[in-house]
Design a protein around this ligand. Structure first.
Ligand SMILES: [Fe+2]
Length: 380
């Protein structure tokens, strides 16, 4: 269901008190009165905020329906549950030509710096996931790897997403007492500048940084995944402490789709971070397994991009401030691409729900080709 159709139906009720009274008096007539199918009309007249949110309707609008149809000013009947609504048809995939790999993984420093603090079996399963993803990345034979991470120890001039435009990137794990894990990477200044230009052309702000000091956010995943040390890498750094917009992250990714295709390069896109993870005093070590499962199910069913419809608070409340990094990747990949979860491990000692996910671009492209063939009239 298109979110805007539902929002328009609810706002039509808001603007027309007589229509609202008619629907309240005769809920079974809501579908005809609102031009919706019976299922979604029922979600409105039942005041089912959780279901409406699953279609991307924003919270400020869904609260209207519980006020009108539940006589529940305190909204005590809503559970705030996150629903993966698999009854909605999956949009056709439209993976950019030139994108040869997409995936996501956590970047927890302890995985390399002191893995002994977590259960050995869980660490083993997580590392197995990284090894599978490393094989996928190598098989994709990329010319350049775009990698998102959030700002941990760096300092930038603005609150915008940052693109590293330097010819090289250096980083250190000295904060974790493991200088032996330091890393030096090759950059790709020309393509990085072209990416920044594409974002600006889309009317968005971006900070270009000639120097991006790598921290564990890039060092850990790239030490585990990069096929060869001289493969060019372009860091994309988010700054959730300064700005947090799920919509903005998706839009940033979408702005990069065309420049990837026009570059003629084989481009890999890796998101890093999360899933649930709090640095707040008193909360470090908590893991929201239920919400992590919701996010992974959204990815598995090809609906990860829809997470961008959530407002900032639900994500932040569930410890997902690093999922912004994933939404940039999902914005590049586009809708309808399923993710395969290679690993998920809730690890209290290292402080989060850690995961490894491979986005199945090949299957999405095959499905798109099938759809295209089906659309060709018989006999042509
Ligand atoms: Fe992080």
């Amino acid at each position: 269901m298109d979110r805007t159709i539902l929002e328009n139906a609810i706002l039509t009720l808001a603007r027309d008190p007589e229509l609202l009274e008619r629907v309240r008096a005769n809920p079974d007539d809501a579908a005809g009165a609102l031009g919706l199918d019976a299922t979604w009309a029922r979600a409105i007249v039942d005041g089912d905020r959780d279901r409406l949110r699953s279609a991307g309707v924003n919270d400020g609008i869904t609260i209207l329906v519980s006020r009108w149809f539940k006589d529940d000013l305190g909204d005590s009947a809503s559970r705030g549950a996150f629903v993966v609504d698999e009854s909605m048809p999956l949009p056709a995939a439209d993976v950019p030509e030139g994108l040869v790999f997409a995936g996501g993984c956590s970047h927890v420093p302890d995985l390399l710096a002191r893995p002994e603090i977590d259960p050995a079996e869980a660490v083993g399963r997580l590392l197995d996931g990284y090894h599978r993803l490393a094989a996928d990345l190598a098989a994709a034979r990329p010319d350049v790897v775009l990698v998102t991470a959030d700002c941990h120890f760096q300092s930038f001039a603005t609150q915008h997403f940052v693109i590293g435009t330097g010819p090289a990137h250096r980083g250190s794990m000295e904060f974790f007492k493991r200088p032996d894990l330091d890393l030096q990477l090759t950059g790709h200044p020309d393509f990085a500048a072209a990416m920044a230009g594409a974002v600006q052309a889309a009317g968005q702000e971006v900070e270009l940084a000639d120097r991006v000091d790598l921290d564990h956010g890039l060092i850990v995943p790239l030490r585990l995944l990069l096929p060869r040390p001289d493969l060019p890498v372009i860091p994309i750094i988010t700054q959730p402490a300064r700005s947090f917009s799920p919509f903005g992250a998706r839009a940033f990714g979408q702005a990069l789709r065309r420049v990837i295709t026009e570059s003629g390069l084989r481009v890999a896109m890796l998101a890093t971070g999360g899933l649930s993870h709090w640095l707040d005093p008193g909360k470090f070590g908590a893991v929201d397994v239920e919400f992590d499962a919701y996010l992974l199910r959204m990815l598995q069913t090809g609906r990860g991009l829809d997470v961008s419809a959530l407002e900032p608070y639900p994500l932040l409340d569930h410890g997902q401030y690093e999922f912004l990094n994933w939404l940039i990747m999902l914005g590049i990949v586009g809708p309808g691409v399923r993710g395969e979860v290679y690993a998920y491990e809730p690890m209290q000692a290292s402080g989060g729900g850690w995961t490894v996910v491979h986005m199945d671009l090949a299957a999405a492209r095959d499905a798109g080709a099938e759809t295209g063939r089906a659309a060709v009239p018989a006999g042509v």
